[in-house]
Design a protein around this ligand. Sequence first.
Ligand code: AP5
Ligand code: MG
Length: 190
Amino acid sequence: MLNIVIFGAPGSGKGTQSEKIVEKYGINHISTGDVLRGEIKAGTELGKTAQSLIDNGQLIPDDLMVSILSAKLDTFENSKGVIFDGFPRTIAQAEALKKMLNKRGEDVTVMIELDVPEEELMTRLLKRGEESGRADDNEETIRKRLVVYHEQTAPLKDWYKNDGKHCYINGSGELDRIFEDIVVAIDSKL
Ligand code: AP5
Ligand code: MG
């Protein structure tokens, strides 16, 4: 099975490139952000907990996030693989994911880091905020999301380097060029 972690700051293109990866490799996609936004829309208890954290640019607690992810993984049958988008976001989540996959006789195949300069992230997200109105795409919340990314999520780059899984991709520029680089990185691990 192909287990891909797509990694990067808010707005780095994880969701955009995940769609193309899903199409090419025929694997399942888990975006933890999309799962949480679905819960908010449905008005569930989980959605209520998630809403104030997301609006504040903060992370949902690890234990809650890990159980959501594990339940979602269990719904896939005869899967060729999974792309994890927006998970893991902390070292505790990375450790939990490794355990979860190891229990199934698997591991992360590759971690793809999309690197994009901070000014460009801000421009992209402000533009999306105007066009599609995602509640956390306003300047104040984007700044908080970036701080949380640097403090809690960026250390995962070294974690995955130590695990021999990290692949760096320049995430600025043409969508198709970025995707080609991702395909080379994935195929080098097959
Ligand atoms: P999540 O939904 O994962 O948001 P995020 O990480 O902030 O990232 P985005 O979805 O905003 O960006 P993206 O990297 O997917 O980029 P996209 O392709 O959309 O998480 C939201 C919140 O949920 C978190 O803040 C947290 O509260 C909570 N959460 C989620 N997972 C969690 C977890 N594991 N643990 C705890 N809490 C969790 O692209 C962005 C924009 O740029 C788009 O408009 C796109 O069209 C454009 N774009 C993409 N590529 C390019 C390009 N090459 N050139 C120009 N524009 C581009
Ligand atoms: Mg996304």
